[in-house]
Design a binder for this molecule. Structure first.
Ligand code: PLP
Length: 478
């Protein structure tokens, strides 16, 4: 027997202590040795593969923990066990009354899970799933497909617990999430154009390399871990009337629903999805998990084409309402959260609040409503673009084309009208050649900043009363 094998055998024969938190109670160097050794081995094996060319059979695609023929709903006990085990390893995040309560006519509380170390609630399930592995699985390691937050959570807690982690991320995964996973020392494979393709490769690799596949929205331990958020909410906010849950694969929804309804069946549970991938909504309509073609959305974390079978089985009878949110309201929600709540929240994490911004939940007026802000991982360049779009949707950034007199004083007059209305010019350009109006006219194209959409309308009216040809790009919103 070679020495590596010897060490591993020795480890596997060491008795496990109850409720220990890592590759249990082993000499630290010994644990580190196994971890590094296995990661190196996996890295080398994966680098030799041409993943796209792997032959994939139906058997490769089986995940025995997520069996469509035999879905397993989680129970409240699973969630309380998860809460006990992850205590101390995952933050208890604040759940505070929002400045936006007056604006929305609801008493809004934000559960700030974007404050977790890796910036999302996914740590809850990831840590619990890792802690629940058998000793042998802890040595062999795990694999997952994820566009970002589940991957980051697994990679980070894998590093802390010395459990090797491989993640397969689709090509659309945000750069920030990919580089974070690498920074946690995990093996990152970029493959597949969407999460479903990434999952196919991950399942194949799990079988080839003896890695346990952990579905980020459907493994029962993941659902139990996510449910711990509801236990905290109920302790932090007395007399909650409703929780509005951003939904992708529905793992968070399942965990929160089972926990909250067990504690108080009167709490209303609302699922909020992007209308560009409303897979839970469609599944509820069809009475079973239903494939929904995802379109590109700001809420990349929610773009899961098929909800989890265990998640659906856990949640579908208990969820009170499902709403589909438009992209522009997700953008406005991100802007509001930044401006009024001082919170940087990604599209998926802002989707619950976006449902309220869009006016999809009028029945919650006057109620105590908790909204998980469940992720904050947004690329800075995307955030910049989102904010500009949100300002347009909000009617605070407007674009106009006005034909004015091309004589001395024509432009001054135009600018005076703009500034007397409290608007400021961000950009201005002139067009002369392509005009059909009289030769002494010029078309001015301007991008203007105004206080709000009402001011934009006022300005539009004033411009129209002075100039004949005024065109405004569509604007408006909440
Ligand atoms: C920030 C954020 N919010 C919500 C969700 C939805 O979670 P689930 O897939 O469990 O429905 C995700 C999923 O990745 C997410 O990243």
């Amino acid at each position: 027997m070679d020495s590596k094998h010897d060490i591993k055998e020795q480890f596997l024969n060491t008795p496990t202590t109850v409720n220990s938190h890592s590759v249990e109670d082993l000499n630290v160097d010994f644990k580190e040795h196994l971890y590094v050794d296995r990661l190196n081995y996996l890295r080398e094996e994966i680098s030799k593969l041409n993943i796209k060319e792997l032959e994939i059979t139906q058997d490769d695609l089986i995940d025995k923990f997520c069996d469509p023929e035999n879905p397993v709903p989680i129970k409240f006990n699973d969630i309380s066990a998860a809460a006990y085990r992850i205590k101390g390893g995952v933050e208890v995040t604040p759940c505070t009354r929002s400045h936006m309560s007056a604006l929305t006519g609801m008493e809004i509380f934000f559960k700030k899970d974007f404050l977790q170390y890796t910036g999302s609630f996914k740590e809850r399930g990831a840590r619990y799933a890792l802690l629940s592995l058998s000793k042998e699985q802890k040595v062999n390691g795990v694999i997952a497909a994820s566009a970002g937050n589940h991957a980051q959570a697994l990679c980070y807690h894998g590093k802390l617990l010395k459990i090797p982690v491989v993640v397969v991320m689709p090509k659309i995964a945000p750069i920030m999430k990919v580089s974070n996973c690498r920074s946690y020392g995990a093996i990152v494979v970029i493959e597949g154009t969407n999460i479903s393709e990434a999952k196919t490769y991950a399942l194949k690799l799990s079988k080839m390399l003896n890695l346990m596949y952990i579905n980020g929205y459907d493994h029962p331990d993941i659902l139990a871990g996510q449910g711990t958020m509801a236990l905290e909410i109920i302790e932090q906010v007395p007399n909650v009337d409703a929780i509005v849950v951003p939904t992708g694969g529905a793992g968070l929804l399942a965990g929160i629903t089972v926990a909250a309804k067990y504690m108080n069946p009167d709490i209303m549970i609302i699922s909020a999805e992007s209308e560009r991938c409303a897979s839970f909504y469609n599944s509820m309509i069809n009475g079973k998990p239903t494939f929904t073609k995802p379109e590109s959305t700001l809420a990349d974390g929610l773009a899961v084409p098929l909800v989890g079978v265990n998640s659906y089985a856990s949640a579908h009878k208990l969820v009170d309402k499902c709403v589909r949110v438009k992209e522009e309201f997700i953008a406005i929600a991100i802007l509001r959260l930044l401006e009024l709540e001082k919170a940087v929240v990604e599209g998926a994490g802002a989707c619950g609040f976006a449902a309220i911004v869009q006016g999809l939940l009028p029945e919650l007026k006057g109620k105590r409503v908790v909204i998980p802000l469940c992720g904050g991982n947004i690329d800075t360049s995307i955030l910049g673009r989102v904010l500009e779009r949100a300002l347009v949707a909000d009617g605070r950034l407007i674009k106009i084309w006005v034909t004015i007199l091309d004589r001395p004083g024509g432009l001054t007059e135009f600018c005076k009208l703009i500034s007397s209305n409290g608007a400021s010019i961000k950009d201005i350009a002139h067009e002369r050649a392509w005009l059909k109006d009289d030769i002494f006219s010029v078309q001015v194209q301007g991008v203007l900043e105004v206080e709000n959409s009402e001011k934009a309308r006022e300005l539009e009216m004033k411009l129209r009363s002075k100039y004949e040809n005024v065109v405004m790009a569509p604007y408006g919103g909440f």
